[in-house]
Design a protein around this ligand. Structure first.
Ligand code: GLN
Length: 211
């Protein structure tokens, strides 16, 4: 079976392990600095709190190895906070004064902790009221879906970022309400939503197919 490393310092990692086990993968958890040095075929960066995750990656000394392996082509799936870690540019989402449910503006911009995926994402981009929602939307590039076609998949958003711009080689796989929510660049997959919280396994299958 394929060996998948799941970042397990914070956030929704158990659910990814369950999804990957259903696909016959062996999961190893990255908890301590030295864990990242072992061999694995792919990497999952789960949802959670990207600021906390980035701090722990730094403190545990995991960043250099993760960056260089991803840059060298290690297949990676970043979901929600994990997408924020992967993004080259991260904008803080700033709710409009007096209108917490209104459009979220761009605040300070900085590179994501890993910073290898050529996109600009905006954190907490859906405002408070719309912070969490579920939908079904068409997604391109899934295993078994021919080029130029899409398949509908469930998408669960929890205080999610959206992808404001896909740069260079990043291909847009899915939109929700005109906002980009899934991209692929080489072996890097970034999604705004939480595929591990739905029964549909096709995003995880796509990751495994890149190995
Ligand atoms: N709001 C979180 C962040 O900015 C991401 C939320 C999530 O991963 N569900 O890090």
């Amino acid at each position: 079976g394929k060996k998948i490393a799941v970042l397990a310092v914070q956030g929704a990692f158990i659910e990814h392990e369950r999804a990957l086990a259903k696909l016959g993968c062996e999961c190893i958890e990255l908890r301590q600095g030295p864990d990242v040095e072992q061999p694995y075929d792919a990497l999952v960066l789960p949802g959670g709190e990207s600021t906390a995750q980035a701090k722990m990656l730094r403190e545990l000394g995991m960043l250099d190895t993760l960056k260089s392996r991803v840059a060298a082509g290690l297949p990676v799936l970043g979901t929600c906070a994990g997408l924020i870690l992967l993004a080259q540019n991260v904008e803080e989402g700033v709710p409009a004064a007096g209108d917490p449910n209104g459009p979220v503006a761009a605040g300070a911009t900085a590179p994501g902790a890993i910073g290898t995926l050529p996109v600009t994402v905006r954190r907490n981009a859906y405002g408070r009221q719309l912070g969490s929602f579920r939908t079904i939307a068409p997604c391109a590039g899934l295993p078994g879906v021919p080029d130029g076609e899409t398949a509908d998949i469930p998408m669960t958003f929890i205080r999610a970022p959206f992808i404001k711009e896909a740069h260079e080689s990043a291909k847009v796989l899915a939109h929700v309400d005109d906002r980009i929510v899934a991209v692929r660049s080489g072996n890097q997959l970034g999604v705004s939503f939480h595929p591990e919280l739905d029964e549909d396994l096709r995003i995880h299958e796509l990751l495994v197919s890149l190995i």
